[in-house]
Design a protein around this ligand. Sequence first.
Ligand code: GAL
Length: 947
Amino acid sequence: MTTLKSFLLLLCISFSLQAYAQEKVTTREVLSLDKGWSFHLGDIPYPVIKGHNATYRNAKAGYVSGAASPNYDDSSWRIVDLPHDWAIEGKVDPEANLSQGYYNRGFGWYRRKFKLSPEDKGKHLEIQFDGIATHATIWVNGTVLHRNWCGYTSMYIDITPYATYGDDVNTIAVRVDADAQEGWWYEGAGIYRHTWLVKRSPLHIITDGVFANPIKKTESQWEIPVEVSLYNSGKLPANSEVEVSLFAPDGQSITTQTQKLSVGALGEEIAKLSMTVENPQLWSPDSPALYKVKTVVKQNGTTMDKAETNCGFRTIRFDNKTGFWLNGENIKIKGVCNHQDHAGVGVAVPDALWEFRLRKLKEMGVNAYRVAHNPVAKEFMAACDSMGIMLLDENRLFNTSPEYVRQLEWQIRRDRNCPSVILWSVFNEEPMQGTENGVEMVRRMYDVVKKMDPTRPITAAMNGGFFSEYNVSQAVDVGGFNYQIESYDRFHEENPDLPLTSTEDGSAFMIRGEYVTDRSKNLMDSYDTQCADWGATHRRAWKAVAERPWMAGCFYWTGFDYHGEPTPHRWPTVSSFFGIMDLCGFPKMAYHLHQAQWVKDKPVLELVPHWNWPADSIGKPIKVMALSNADKVKLLLNGKEISEQTVDPYEMNTWSVPYKPGKLEAIGYKNGKIVSRTKVETTKEPVQVRLTPYRNSLAGDGRDAMPVTVEVVDSKGRHVPTADNMIEFTVTGPAEIIGLGNGNPNCHEPEKGNKRSLFYGLAQVIIQSKEGSGPITLTASTPGLKPATITINADQVAPVPSIPAENPPMLLNKWVASPLSTEKPDATRQIADNDMNSWQPISGGDLIKLENANFVILRATFNPYQAHRQEGGSILFKQLTGKAEIWLNGQLIGSKTTDKEEDFTVEFPAIKDRCDLRVLLNGTANESVGLKGNVTVRTKRSASVSD
Ligand code: GAL
């Protein structure tokens, strides 16, 4: 008995080892899919499915028809690289929705083909879409694999069971419905974030599967509870060992922990480990120290997968009396809210532009950012971690049904390691906020978030309902105020135990360079006098927060202008002008105002307006403002003192100065000493264009991008602030122009192309590298002025690993075979429309044994491509075995007269209808005949391309 048992056990083990030996071990590969998508603007309706056979097939995995089908003719589609926003490529249209920036959105289709090597067989394969605006359906190899119901969440799709290898290409088809709207701002259209193919071992860490968020235990000791979620798509249970190691910012290894656990076949398990750290460097906006958790998963000593996760050590606390505490220090949150678009590129923002935008905000003194009102790109999150910007991370839709809970869970799982995230927000301004139903919904969402991240507080951005019997402030950790300054005190008095923050304030109007408000012409001045009825000027909003110690801070609406929501105007205004900066990131007066209020460690002094007024302004009073963090500011005109004023840190300082061309100068004093100086001067006529790149080089990886500032200068090299010249650009070398802007919310010039007018002296051109290296030359010219040329170097860098796009001929890989016969059958014979069973599907590469028979017919159908319809084409049978007659739509188009296995090509004439292809095979009884290799339908062009 014992012997039998041991024998059986041994048998089991040896079987497992054998099967295990077949499981693929691979190093995780993350490959970009961004390049080479075929794109079609507009919808392509699904074909009408009629007839029983077609209906039956349509219901089967792998058999979708129309533009989602692998064999659809996309040869006339445009090739685009991602990120891609087709809306911004269009023209603003007074008939389109003002909230979406008067850009048409509509529908679009994308297709991409790629090959996998036979080596990839057995790997776990996942495609990832980081963001598609807005609803989307995704097919892979003819099977629908995902339906996307949110324009801001990622999609991770396991394609392993559907993948094909070798010459048989894989086809991804995506139908995008961008008429669906989830916001009241510009949302763009298309696959506007990155796409990836990730190859892993069957036993692997799931995407976003490491949770490592440090917790302070004692004055000196911190713990990182680490959770590693494993999945095993292999055929056998896997005994795994999970190893996590912590590395300091300087790369020094600190500690390693391991845990063993078994993961069943098609099972998911979570390894729970813990690491202890003494006196780590803390993460803060001033010093964003990032540690790395490296996770290794092994099976029987072999590494199956690895992942690196950033984390940071910091404590956060919202106090009901004293506001916000970071690392034991009471600091005010100086935040801004923003949407995710930029001039020229819409929502298809290159990663490098996030860095540019965040840098501008940091220089202004911002320490926090609210992602309004949706999850943002993961590259943006990483930039906030490494640059030191605290985040209010906000969910998009207020809904507790399973799909929306899934979206919320995805966001928490992806972002919960980011030290930058200090607060979650479950909604923005929901009409149900003052109702019992609203409280119930928040209670549920709160629970979802807390279960996944017990470490961070949760808020909801309320703009009303604060004093209702039921209101959602009762279900959150931190009360969030959108506007309602006049209610701050009463609410605090009635809810003294609830910590509070402004989640949104301001909504002041300002157009860069404009100094007169004329609402009839959609113009707003830059003196901080205008705001939305529900909002406040910059100065009032900040004062309301700054003077209340229990208010944790502000999130100013907004840091940057954004397309759409041109409140309070309509056409011809197409973008918002709430921004502290314009759509390009050019500072408005509000930038200097906030900088003066928020930056403490360096002198700030700016003057507005410019000093280029027309001749008839001479002698007339001009309102002058100084924005400064000095104690006193002295103003001088042409060397003569006008007056000195004590700086009002909230209101700043204003003078009325009779205009006289020349030099207006300000001097800032602190403790009686000069600490800052600035001036505005009357310039001469412009004589030359000037280009100022953000950086001196671009990485030659086809992704890096940078804004270049465009202006015109006078003979003394001074910026001319009132210029509006139309500038034309040319670029040579490995780069291209991907967008243009000038920050004018009333401008209708296209954001793509090579021309842009200056708006109050400035425009922006965004250039992106191509893959390659060498000098990039950008030239800007305008009639009558000297052009400007700059040279930027494209540095040789390793390109982001990616998977090439393929454009192969149509592959026929869905065949059915007739019953065998001894008599020669009629190759053209009809199959009853309701007969799904007498012909059997056969798989490619398999020959058919003619058991006691001599004949068999193989059949496949296809829709001819445009080129086939116009000029015909050819069909190439690789390794066709046996004698064969080839029949197309009832016509004999070729005969193979030998038995041997050989490549065989037949030509066919221009053909309009759906094609019914038959291969009548003939051989000696009990021999094998058939399609050993691929069958491809070629156009005249592809026929000349060798395989
Ligand atoms: C708020 C809203 C923002 C934006 C803003 C404009 O109520 O949360 O998304 O619409 O108003 O003032």
